[in-house]
Write a protein that binds this ligand. Structure first.
Ligand code: AHR
Length: 521
């Protein structure tokens, strides 16, 4: 039962249980209040919290990113041009590749050298389709450079040796005249790439080898030992993290291998119903809206739980918690390959994104990276493609609205909000976060999850000097409003004129089911 109220703390639950129902159903006109503490700057909102996950899965890489140099689809050296431009526009800071489950069966040597000579394999995790290895190390590392993103490569712990992993890192990073570095040069890349993060396997508790926590931690220690980069370079070593609320995994990894790593992952997907029947991406009812948003709010409690385990061994917070995989997971679109995880993306997904980006702000001292799953054509994607056509999803637009948070300073906030209720689902109607951007402006993100009622939010700006407010709003006419290839601009931000600033207080009139980003200068 508690699980159903994932958006609430236990204290709130107890309190609300003792209040008459009317207390949770304040009229929409009751002012909700947000206080932004500009005078108490918090941690950095790491740009890596906007990271993306790109796996060899369905059309995530092939046709989504890579069309090949002979394609009629406009491309730059084989990478589709529209996707590059769209990703650059939201300043994608980090890309995690090649998996996912794919990573622990991936042998990097099969993805280098002349493309026509690379072995053709079977993608055993995702649809059993052939994988011709056309997209390999050069294609990925060059792509990250082209987009302007840092690279996060996940190694193969499940089916490869520590030597294979160490040699991959050498191939990518060595400036020497070693045989392996020269092989990279012979394959077309003279200078080493900048490799930012390296994942020591993926989901070692599951598709990465079905390891138990102690064994997983031991293996992580062992593999980590051999991940070496040249003098002057820093490689962040990331341990495969826990599944959802497996705090034993995090505790064991930190206790046994915490001194060998710089970060530990955690994976949490928002699934409206259950793994058997996850629910449709569009055409859903308000119960599905409310249950999805309520379930995604569980992220907060999960971060608190994993952080508690990490604090035991690392109170100084040297090791980062990375939400390596997050986002919605629905039933695939009818008629598509079930192994390709292709789903539409609606205003509900936009809400999932903004709620999570707000949660990350609350925990930015420990959560210093996250990769939404996945970047193109898979799960909660930024972009969908169909042949030469591409659409930007509502989730893309949230990443666009929030992009000025990147590397800014989190400003603590207090949120007093009435509650939105639907059936057994209850949550604060207003979610918010605030960041002082590197541009000096204060950016305040406000989400009204209530699909039926507008609200007025009074935002008190303590210690924030600013004379002007401007903003953008993302909303739609229906809870499942979405963009299609024929109507690609149904859900798109527009200028927001519902905010006024007077005497250090912003009064913001937010329509139902809307996300607003305000810039105070
Ligand atoms: O994102 C799809 C899959 O979900 C990933 O391959 C795996 O890590 C997770 O279970």
């Amino acid at each position: 039962m508690i699980k159903r109220f994932a958006g609430l703390t236990l204290a709130t639950l107890l309190l609300s249980a003792s209040l008459p129902a009317i207390a949770q159903e304040a009229p929409a006109t009751a002012p909700d209040t947000v206080t932004v503490h500009g005078d108490r700057p918090g941690p950095k909102y790491d740009k890596r919290l906007f990271g993306q996950f790109a796996e060899h899965l369905g059309k995530g890489i092939y046709s989504g990113i890579w069309v090949g140099t002979n394609s009629k689809i406009p491309n730059v050296q084989g990478y589709r041009s529209d996707v590059i431009a769209a990703l650059k526009a939201i300043k994608v800071p980090l890309i995690r590749w090649p998996g996912g489950c794919f990573a622990d069966e991936y042998h990097w040597r099969e993805g280098i050298g002349p493309r026509g000579k690379r072995p053709v394999k079977v993608n055993t995790n995702w649809g059993g389709v052939t994988e011709d290895n056309a997209f390999g190390t050069h294609e990925f590392m060059n792509y990250a450079e082209l987009v302007g993103a840092e690279s996060y490569v996940s190694g193969n712990v499940g089916t490869a040796s520590p030597q294979e992993m160490a040699e991959w890192v050498e191939y990518m990073t060595s400036p020497t005249a070693s045989t392996i570095a020269n092989q990279r040069r012979a394959n077309g890349r003279k200078e080493p790439w900048k490799l930012t993060m390296f994942g020591i396997g993926n989901e070692l508790w599951g598709c990465g080898g079905n390891m138990l926590p102690d064994y997983g931690a031991d293996v992580t220690r062992r593999y980590s030992t051999f991940l070496k980069v040249p003098e002057g370079q820093k490689l962040l070593k990331i341990a495969s993290g826990a599944n959802v609320d497996d705090y034993v995994w995090t505790e064991t990894m930190m206790r046994k291998a915490g001194d060998q790593i710089d970060g530990i992952g955690a994976h949490y997907y928002t699934i409206p119903y259950d793994w058997k029947k996850k629910g449709a991406a569009t055409g859903f009812d308000e119960d599905a809206w409310a249950r999805t948003l309520s379930k995604t709010l569980r992220m907060d409690a999960l971060i608190v739980g994993h952080s508690k385990m990490m604090d035991k061994y690392d109170p100084a917070k040297r090791v980062a918690l990375l939400i390596d995989e997050w986002g919605t997971w629905y039933d695939v679109e009818p008629g598509t390959n079930p192994g390709f995880l292709y789903q539409q993306n609606s205003l509900r997904d936009a809400m999932v994104a903004s709620l999570n980006l707000d949660i990350f702000a609350r925990h930015a001292d420990r959560v210093r990276g996250a990769n939404i799953a996945q970047m193109v054509n898979v799960l909660q994607a930024m972009l969908l493609t169909d042949g030469a056509r591409m659409v930007k999803t509502p989730t893309y637009w949230v990443f666009d609205l929030y992009k000025d948070y990147q590397d800014g300073t989190v400003l603590p906030i207090d949120v007093q909000s009435h509650y939105y209720n639907k059936n057994e689902w209850t949550m604060k109607a207003v979610s918010a976060s605030a960041v002082r951007g590197t541009d000096g402006a204060v950016h305040v993100g406000l989400t009204n999850v209530d699909p039926n009622k507008a609200t007025t939010v009074s935002v008190k700006l303590d210690g924030v000097t600013g004379a002007t407010v401007s903003g953008r709003i993302l909303t739609g006419t229906a809870i499942d409003a979405h963009n299609t290839f024929d109507a690609p601009e149904t859900v798109k931000p527009v200028a927001f004129t519902g905010a006024t600033l007077q005497g250090g207080v912003l009064t913001v009139a937010i329509p139902a089911k809307a996300i607003v980003m305000l810039d105070i200068k």
